[in-house]
Design a protein around this ligand. Structure first.
Ligand code: FAD
Length: 340
């Protein structure tokens, strides 16, 4: 059980800046994110794209913004709990009890939901019985490529992830790349490499085919694939990898008794509190009249929510507004060295 002042749900840009705003007023935060990396949409959807409307930064990429936000919160030594989804939230006396998909429990007087458009989840194979093989033969991401070394692997998809992993794994495994169209969606250059590897007999390509069935007991033995004209082929394989993109699901957030409005959480703009005391919502997930789904709006929302968290986390102390330029106490928290 982990006790903290604030549990932040979501390690997107808004969740990260909220950690900063909490840190400078002396509140400790723990951050949980369903993704395996920090940065939310900036990292998952557009790491290389330039952003032009972060105040005082004329241009940065999704990746460089995430790096800078992480650098800014370094003094607070924040714990990130990645690959974990917040599942349940319930009230325990003055605190909230938060349980994750890995059964980790947090106790905190405050929760800041910076969950964006919900948790990103892989689009799955549309065939019956596939769940029993999930993470035991069927995967939607590669955590360690050596797991697939010297094995037979079927990769499904026509985008960049499918092509990149087909090319990469063909160096160490026997790979069959299956796509429902003859043309790939991913980078032209990657498509050309895949076709070249096929000619050199280092990679098999099956198009236009889709998965039809999966056979096996505890482990996968084989799959069948089917073309549009009904032709069925059987492929013996050890592993099946699907790269069909991500879908965003609000998921368990809808079950915590919060008011919802079109997949967003209404908040009051004084402190970004939801209809539950001690639960705040900021960034893309919150809504109020005039809401702009921009990173800069999320930063402001985090600043106000952080001050409201102080009241519940330190009920016997009075919050005092201070500037970072002149506050010795904030500078100490940031580890700023005195110049004289
Ligand atoms: C292509 C594109 C370009 C954009 N360009 C700009 C731009 O130029 N300028 C701009 O200001 N904005 C831009 N945006 C919008 C911007 O990315 C979002 O406003 C911003 O990412 C919102 O940040 P956030 O932290 O609220 O949410 P997100 O970045 O969505 O992060 C939310 C995180 O919460 C996690 N999460 C959700 N539910 C749970 C749960 N139950 N348990 C655990 N984790 C959970 C998710 O996995 C995710 O990582 C762009 C968006 C896109 C898609």
């Amino acid at each position: 059980m982990i006790k903290t002042d604030v549990l932040v749900i979501g390690a997107g840009p808004v969740g990260l800046f909220a950690v900063h705003q909490l840190g400078i007023i002396g509140l400790k935060a723990e951050v949980v994110d369903n993704l395996d990396k920090i940065g939310g949409q900036c990292i998952e959807l557009y790491p290389d794209k330039p952003i032009y409307d972060i105040p005082a930064i004329p241009e940065c990429t999704g990746e460089s913004l995430t790096k800078s936000l992480l650098e800014q919160i370094k003094p607070f030594k924040t714990n990130f709990h990645l690959n974990e989804r917040v599942q349940a939230v319930s009230k325990e006396k003055e605190n909230w009890k938060i349980t994750t998909s890995k059964n980790k429990i947090f106790i905190a007087p405050n929760i800041i939901i910076a969950g964006g458009v919900g948790s990103f989840e892989p689009r799955k194979f549309p065939i019956e019985g596939i769940e029993k093989f999930e993470n035991n033969g069927v995967f939607y991401s590669v955590k360690d490529k050596n797991y697939f070394k010297n094995k037979k692997v079927c990769i499904f998809g026509g985008g960049d992830s499918a092509l990149d992993w087909a090319i990469e794994l063909s160096k160490i495994s026997k790979v069959t790349l299956v796509h429902r169209r003859n043309e790939f969606r991913g980078a032209e250059h990657s498509g050309e490499i895949a076709r070249k590897l096929e000619k050199e007999d280092k990679l098999k390509i099956k198009t236009p085919f889709q998965i039809n069935s999966i056979e096996g007991g505890k482990y996968i033995n084989a799959i069948t694939i089917k073309s549009e004209d009904g032709k069925v082929e059987k492929i013996t394989t050890d592993y099946v990898l699907g790269f069909f993109g991500l879908i965003m699901k609000l998921g368990p957030i809808t079950e915590w008794g919060l008011n919802l409005e079109k997949k967003t959480i209404p908040v009051n703009t004084e402190n970004f509190q939801t209809n539950k005391e001690g639960i705040f919502a900021i960034g893309d997930i919150c809504t109020y009249p005039g809401k702009l789904k921009l990173i800069l709006s999320g930063f402001h929302e985090g600043a106000l929510a952080a001050r409201a968290c102080f009241k519940l986390a330190r009920p016997n102390q009075k919050y005092r507004f201070e500037f970072t330029t002149t506050s010795k106490s904030i500078q100490e928290k940031l580890g700023v060295k005195k110049s004289d």
